[in-house]
Design a protein around this ligand. Structure first.
Ligand code: UT7
Length: 325
């Protein structure tokens, strides 16, 4: 039976110029290149310039995605920005992106699901497309986490970086089966009982300050592998596929050990996992679209491939999308 599918018609990304290596971090806190690489796989991270705001990163990524899709801003009727480091408390970063792209029609809003933000945003955009309410959606993950970090806390400041990634998601008619191009299944979850495992200790209605990121890393790690393997199992089950059908996992990039542990649990070969955490560190909602754009542009991901995008983050929130490229 014919079905409307959401296909990715273009990808783009943007990384700020400035790079902080682990050696640079050694000069800032009591850490070592060896510890960071062994525990996380991270070698460096990009840091936004003082005069850049999150929407600037988002617009650069969005323009690259529009070019790749062969579209202009006029083709876009919805913008969804996943971010936890908005330019301002309000308006949404998405409406600022809309203004900077010169778009005056449609709608724009932010999605806040921390590191799972891109999977939440993609799922939301997919539902707008399937409902017939949007044709071409800019789905963006953009973060300047460097401004949320306590640069004296070695347990968190070495882990994160800044960046943005974007896709243009477009409506296309399919047959309603697994051979269709586009998103074939998506699942999102949250469990607010775990708020205090990963949070920012400030906010408009609590302290009136921006606050700093706080994390109980070991507990987050433990939940991450379990929840990610479980939600990937759900999208495979929804499509009656198995891990053998998967060509690429494009995971949220928090820690190389989480990527390895999840792939092992799912019995997916490590060569099928797109890894960027070494170069980008954890860019929260930006990490999946950044990794996706890199693997598309270097030719690894090709038409017809089955991809799984998966993420877990503060809230806790977690989710996965299964799509055919
Ligand atoms: O994106 C959202 C999801 N976020 C995540 O998924 C992050 C999940 N968590 C992790 O990736 C890991 O738990 C971390 C990388 C944060 C930490 O690795 P770990 O192997 O769980 O280390 P740990 O927290 O158990 O700490 C081990 C030791 C501690 O010292 P003691 O107490 O054993 O003496 C820490 O104080 O390592 C110490 N430590 C450091 N040492 C050098 C913590 N941070 C550092 C550091 N440099 N930067």
């Amino acid at each position: 039976m014919a079905a409307i599918r959401s296909i990715v018609s273009g990808t783009g990304s943007y990384l700020p110029e400035k790079i902080l290596t682990n050696k640079n971090m050694e000069e800032m806190v009591d850490t070592s290149d060896e510890w960071i690489i062994e525990r996380t796989g991270i070698k460096q991270r990009h840091i936004a310039a003082d005069d850049q705001v999150t929407s600037d990163l988002a617009v650069n990524a969005a323009n690259n995605a529009l070019d790749a899709a062969g579209m202009t801003a006029d083709d876009i009727d919805l913008i969804v920005v996943a971010t936890s480091s908005a330019d301002q408390t309000f308006p949404s970063t998405a409406t600022t992106v809309q203004r900077k792209l010169g778009i005056t029609r449609g709608a724009a809003f932010d999605v806040q699901a921390v590191c799972s933000g891109f999977v939440y945003a993609l799922t939301t955009a997919d539902n707008f497309i399937k409902a017939g309410q949007a044709q071409n959606v800019l789905v963006i993950g953009a973060e300047i986490f460097s401004r949320l970090l306590d640069w004296e806390d070695r347990t968190t400041c070495v882990l994160f970086g800044d960046g943005a990634g974007a896709v243009v998601l477009s409506a296309k008619e399919g047959e309603g089966n697994n051979d269709d191009q586009g998103i074939l299944a998506s699942r999102i979850h949250s469990d607010g009982r775990y708020n205090e495992m990963l949070y920012v200790d400030g906010g408009v209605a609590s302290t009136g300050t921006i606050g700093h990121l706080r994390m109980r890393g070991r507990e987050v790690f433990r939940h991450a592998v379990k929840n990610l393997a479980s939600v990937v199992g759900e999208v495979l089950g929804d499509t009656e596929m198995t891990s053998d059908d998967v060509d690429w996992i494009v995971p949220h990039q928090a820690n190389k050990r989480i990527l390895d542990g999840t792939a092992r649990k799912l019995k997916i070969a490590p060569e099928k996992v797109v890894v960027t955490v070494d170069k980008h560190a954890n860019t929260s909602a930006a990490s999946i679209p950044l990794a996706l754009d890199i693997a598309v542009r270097d030719g690894r991901i090709t038409r017809g491939d089955v991809l799984i995008l998966e993420a877990m983050g503060g809230g806790f929130t977690w989710g996965a999308c299964l799509l055919r490229w």
